[in-house]
Design a protein around this ligand. Structure first.
Ligand code: GLV
Ligand code: MN
Ligand code: MN
Ligand code: MN
Length: 406
């Protein structure tokens, strides 16, 4: 694997120059993390930056009517194109790299190929998918799901953010939905992404190729009880949904550990949310992931069963609603092997969702991961060195050359 050091090469410096242009956008000074929710001001600025970068490179930009942007090196109408890119949006107080690294690297990889006088025989397109994290409208990979028809237009259009703004309102139009003729123009998709764990640190390698994405989903638990006075209600008389909620967090953790799976309750809403009132209602969102679909289903079922039993004891009610589901994704084995050999890179599975997982059901798809020294993601502590990012660009350029020049 070719590696760069900051001193030796121009590419890490060119990476830094481009990276510094977007680094302040949507950054929260207090946490150091990013608030780049889809179609809000910071993300719209990043989309403007995308158009400007495309413009500088004489790459025409097209939109798919779902909020996804494409910048084309070559004729968009030709077909058999190679797609690369990622997303700009972040989770609340997310890291800098999750998403934007794939887009910045894609533009730099195009620069590398052009500087080396590589002339692709197929078009290359850089994509920025909308609402990959689902942090604003609740459904992850919203743009790629719409584009591929995995999500109905009606449902997507009606999804609302915390302020009641619908996706259709934020987009300024009813989404276009499935665009098979556009998907049909692509021969392959490669998404470069910061690694969201420490496997590459442990392997002492800068870049990996992804093998699979664990099946995962989001479930909403609605707990209802009886709102009442904290000072006057005897402990025995309470119907406190916070207790059932607290039990749920512990049960999810325990069941996931028992099954070598992952379960997280990272979001909660409490009503009325007052220190001196027993809550009337609590909503908790469960994110659950496992290596196999059956293991995931068994995990959620086990948690639900235990919680339902606990609710009976607490005198509360609980309902469970699936908000999104992502099946097991096995990336194209032929393509993955080919890229791993080309790059002499390790092959790793991941528990994180990506637009690549959605596209994998429609065209040969692969992912490259760039080493993350902290191993942390969805947090301001997410990291990558400029040298490794440059190595990622070099790897992506080699992959694009391999795929687009034949
Ligand atoms: C998205 O990054 C996810 O895996 O939740
Ligand atoms: Mn993410
Ligand atoms: Mn991402
Ligand atoms: Mn993701």
């Amino acid at each position: 694997m070719l590696t760069h050091t900051v001193e030796e090469g121009a590419l890490p410096n060119r990476f830094r120059t481009l990276w510094d242009q977007i680094a302040p956008i949507g950054r929260d000074e207090r946490s150091g993390g990013y608030l780049r929710y889809a179609l809000t001001e910071p993300e719209l600025r990043l989309r403007e930056w995308f158009r400007a970068q495309a413009d500088e490179r004489a790459m025409p930009v097209t939109e798919d009517g779902n909020g996804n942007l494409f910048a084309w090196w070559g004729d968009p109408e030709v077909g058999d194109a190679i797609l690369t890119g990622s997303h700009f949006d972040s989770v609340p107080h997310g890291g800098a790299y999750d998403g934007p690294l794939g887009i910045v690297s894609a533009f730099l990889a195009v620069d590398e190929l052009r500087a080396a006088d590589v002339t692709p025989t197929r078009p290359v397109a850089v994509v920025a998918f909308v609402e990959e994290e689902g942090a604003r409208f609740g459904v992850p990979c919203l743009g790629s799901r719409l584009l591929t028809g995995a999500l109905e237009v009606e449902r997507a259009a009606g999804l609302r953010d915390a302020d009641g703004v619908s996706f259709a309102e934020a987009l300024g139009a009813r989404p276009a939905g499935a665009r098979p003729e556009l998907i049909g123009r692509f021969a392959a998709f490669v998404e470069l992404h910061v690694e969201q764990g420490r496997a590459l640190v442990e392997r002492d390698a800068p870049v990996a190729v992804a093998s699979a994405i664990w099946p995962h989903g989001r479930w909403r638990f609605d707990f209802t009880g009886e709102g009442n006075h904290a000072g006057t209600t005897r402990m025995a008389d309470r119907r406190d949904p916070m207790l059932t909620y607290a039990f749920t967090v512990l049960a999810a953790n325990k069941e996931a550990r028992l099954r070598a799976a992952h379960a997280t309750v990272g979001r909660v809403a409490v009503e009325p949310n007052a220190t001196n009132a027993i809550p009337a209602r609590v909503t908790g969102w469960l994110d659950a992931r496992a290596a196999e679909p059956a293991a995931l289903a068994a995990l959620v079922e086990a948690v639900h069963g235990k919680v339902a039993e606990r609710a009976r004891r607490d005198g509360t009610q609980v309902t469970l609603t699936e908000e999104s589901a992502t099946p097991l994704v096995a990336f194209d084995g032929g393509l993955t092997d080919r890229l791993a050999t080309l790059l002499d890179a390790p092959v790793l599975p991941t528990g994180a969702g990506h637009d690549a997982g959605v596209l994998a059901g429609h065209l040969p798809t692969a992912m490259l991961f760039v080493r993350n020294p902290t191993g942390v993601s969805h947090s301001p502590a997410e990291s990558a060195t400029d040298a490794d990012c440059a190595t990622g660009v070099t790897a992506l350029a080699r992959v694009l050359k391999e795929l687009a020049c034949r």
